[in-house]
Design a protein around this ligand. Structure first.
Ligand SMILES: C[S@@+](CC[C@H](N)C(=O)[O-])C[C@H]1O[C@@H](n2cnc3c(N)ncnc32)[C@H](O)[C@@H]1O
Ligand SMILES: [Zn+2]
Length: 285
């Protein structure tokens, strides 16, 4: 399968063409492919910091945690809840904020076992995440870029995945084909509650995200998935902690208390929401 096809220049949105080890636009902007085959399409002017997104250390911790498959039930829940009318061969999928590519890889492997192949693109603003992802699977187009300005033409994909990420709905809608699907996966009210009870003196009330709906999309299906898993070392607990926002939010005392743990049994509480892009006429009402 050819990769890095049908992308746009992040500076002027003109089409990018492959020329050996780089992608070039008609205005002469050129983007070299990294050794492992990914491309960085995040122009300096679009960067808010020198090293945006998850750091090298965060990426390594998350990769180590996810590779132990504690979160495989999330992959299974995505597959089980997938709107069956959209189980199409050759579907073009974007994982927006893909991290190290764990979910995209696991989902596509499971579908491929059912003889369903997809054209896959994984994008993340962290070059560390994409560098790790590009070592995982060479048949995916891996891109360093931002959800805020996706370097792809309109209607380029049939499905956008956004797991624990930063959705930008106007961009997701732009790059989706008519009636295309979007999956949002987020944490629910009880997610990692045992850890939060140690980290914080009191637990904040849970606030539902996008409770007024998402403009330009219809909610097709909403599902909660709850399961427990156990971590049997301080290292594994720290790996998990560093992939959550709590690593920055919790107090020193809270983090100290977690450092004393040798093991913990945790609840995962996940919310999956599938949306469908509204047809064009409705978008303009
Ligand atoms: C909590 S992680 C989730 C990663 C992956 N989806 C997963 O579930 O393992 C959030 C990811 O979003 C990325 N990110 C942050 N801002 C972004 C943006 N504007 N565009 C694309 N990715 C972004 C981070 O670098 C990080 O890899
Ligand atoms: Zn250009």
């Amino acid at each position: 399968m050819l990769t890095l096809e049908n992308l746009s220049c992040p500076i002027d949105a003109t089409p990018l063409r492959r020329e050996q080890r780089s992608l070039k636009c008609e205005q002469g902007h050129s983007f070299d492919l990294a050794k492992t085959g990914y491309v960085n399409l995040l122009p300096v002017q679009n960067k808010r910091s020198k090293d945006p997104g998850d750091s090298k250390e965060m990426v390594a911790s998350r990769q180590s945690f996810l590779n132990q498959n504690h979160y495989f039930p999330i992959v299974q829940a995505v597959l089980d809840s997938w709107p069956k009318s959209h189980f199409l061969k050759g579907m073009r999928v974007l994982d927006a904020g893909c991290g190290e590519g764990y979910y995209l890889d696991e989902i596509s492997q499971a579908l491929s076992n059912q003889n369903i192949q997809m054209e896959r693109c994984g994008l993340d603003i962290s070059k560390w995440a994409i560098a790790a992802a590009s070592k995982r699977d060479k048949t995916v187009s891996w891109i360093v870029g931002s959800n805020a300005s996706l370097p792809v033409p309109d209607e380029r994909f049939d499905l956008v995945l956004c797991l624990f990420g930063f959705p930008v709905f106007t961009e997701f809608s732009r790059v989706l084909s008519d009636n295309g699907l979007m999956l949002l996966v987020e944490s629910g009210p009880e997610h990692l509650i045992e850890l939060r009870e140690i980290l914080y003196p009191s637990i904040h009330e849970y606030k539902q995200t996008f409770s007024d709906g998402v403009s330009g999309f219809d909610l097709v299906l909403e599902q909660a998935e709850t399961f427990t898993f156990s971590l049997d070392s301080q290292e594994k607990i720290q790996n998990l902690l560093s992939m959550t926002p709590h690593i920055h939010k919790a107090s020193y005392e809270g983090r100290e208390a977690v450092q004393q743990l040798e093991s913990i049994i945790l609840t995962a509480d996940i919310k999956l929401r599938w949306y469908q892009k509204q047809a064009k006429e409705m978008n303009h009402v």
